[in-house]
Design a protein around this ligand. Structure first.
Ligand SMILES: *Cc1c(COP(=O)(O)O)cnc(C)c1O
Length: 390
């Protein structure tokens, strides 16, 4: 019999009924430390009182209007993102893939506005992940994600990260932009080196291309900077956000310089829900916390701490785990055993962690965890490594 919910996910047989801070509680009384955070979504943990209060207040006042009218909360959210980043302007939508769609449409409009409509192709990278819509599966480009969905949407060329000859060969008269994740998270938590980001910026400037950074997973303080590209000192033309920006409320955002966005005039793009009053209240509540003095610096400190502990575990269990990757609180451990064995065993010890590509175990805790939570996760991981290593 077909499940009422379309079976596009292989689900784990647990249902959660409550979350509080770094913990989730299932319907059978089980308690779990959440180092998965709904895939980098719950950046300030579960049911943060400030986020809950702001959403409740807004829901009882005005949930939705339309982008046909001014939305003061959305303006405030945009102004705060602009004030704290490279960007001059922001478009709001409801997910990461939609944010990337906006970015991809924007770079085409940019060249069209410049009188170069033939410039429509975007270079993306091997092992990337940009979403599940038609354009973003083509941007992602892997066999698995494209299989059975007909001809791949035209307009994307893939090269390996750091292969400058391949990049040079891929850039032609039709190229509009280069799009990269500062850390290829789904691909296996592979950090794109700062020097690579610097060189990509240079290539874009030399060839008249726009640089898009997909910060859907790396943004909102996750790596110890508001946006992960800040580590490289490079300014992109466009950046996309999703996941953490709403702290659990579905929000996507596409940020851009005024120059990159100059073609996005009235009527060129839209979203019914994008940045509605309820979404804006959630986004502003999350920003209230993340932009508090010292919050993002503390992510760096916690990230360094977790990383050092993970490296220590790797050293002492080198038959099971071999290497730590990532930045801030977006960390991965390359496994020697199948990563799903570790994910399952960790869950058995009451710690939720997601896998990533390249046989990696990922750690995406709330950004406001305490050191005791790190201790708890490390103890579980050490137990798991000991059990598997025997
Ligand atoms: C999750 C993710 C997306 C897709 O976001 P959705 O909200 O699932 O559409 C895009 N890019 C990156 C880097 C992601 O991690």
């Amino acid at each position: 019999m077909t499940a009422a919910v379309m079976p596009t996910y292989g689900r784990i047989d647990i249902a959660f009924e409550r979350g509080e801070g770094a913990y989730m509680y299932d319907t059978k009384g089980g308690k779990y430390l959440d180092f998965a955070t709904g895939l980098a979504v719950l950046c300030v943990g579960h049911s943060h009182p400030h986020v809950v209060a702001e959403i409740q207040k807004q829901a009882a006042t005005l949930m939705h209007t339309s982008n046909l009218y001014n939305i003061p909360g959305q303006e405030r959210l945009a102004e705060r993102l602009v004030a704290n980043s490279f960007a001059d302007t922001v478009f709001f939508c409801n997910s990461g893939a939609e944010a990337n769609e906006c970015a991809l449409k924007m770079v085409r409009r940019y060249h069209h506005t410049n009188g170069n409509p033939e410039r429509y192709r975007v270079i993306t990278f091997n092992d990337c992940f940009h979403g599940r819509t038609f354009a973003t599966i083509a941007a992602t480009g892997t066999e698995k994600i494209l299989d059975g969905f007909g001809p791949k949407m035209d307009g994307f060329d893939h090269v390996p990260v750091g292969d400058w000859a391949a990049l040079d060969a891929a850039i032609g008269p039709n190229t509009a932009a280069i799009m990269i994740e500062p850390i290829q998270a789904e691909g296996g938590v592979m950090v794109v080196a700062d020097e690579v980001m610097v060189k990509l910026r240079q290539v874009c400037d030399d060839k008249g291309l726009l640089l898009i950074v997909d910060e859907v997973q790396t943004g909102m303080g996750r790596t110890g900077k508001l946006l992960a590209h800040e580590w490289s000192g490079v300014m992109p033309d466009v950046a996309t956000l999703g996941k953490g920006i709403g702290g659990g409320f579905p929000i996507g955002a596409c940020m851009a310089t005024a120059e990159a966005a100059k073609g996005m005039v009235a009527g060129t793009h839209g979203s019914t829900y994008g940045g509605n009053p309820l979404a804006a209240a959630a986004g502003n509540a999350v920003l209230d916390i993340i932009l508090e003095k010292g919050f993002i610096e503390n992510v760096q400190r916690l990230g360094d701490l977790l990383r050092a502990r993970l490296e220590d575990v790797c050293q002492r269990n080198d038959a099971v785990v071999e290497e730590v990757r990532g930045r801030g609180l977006l960390l991965g451990i390359k496994c020697k055993f199948p990563n799903m064995d570790l994910v399952t065993a960790m869950r058995g010890k009451g710690v939720l962690v997601p896998p990533a590509g390249d046989n990696v175990l990922r750690m995406l805790p709330p950004l406001n965890i305490e050191e005791a939570h790190i201790d708890e996760a490390i103890t579980a991981l050490e137990d798991v490594c000991r059990d598997l290593g025997q």
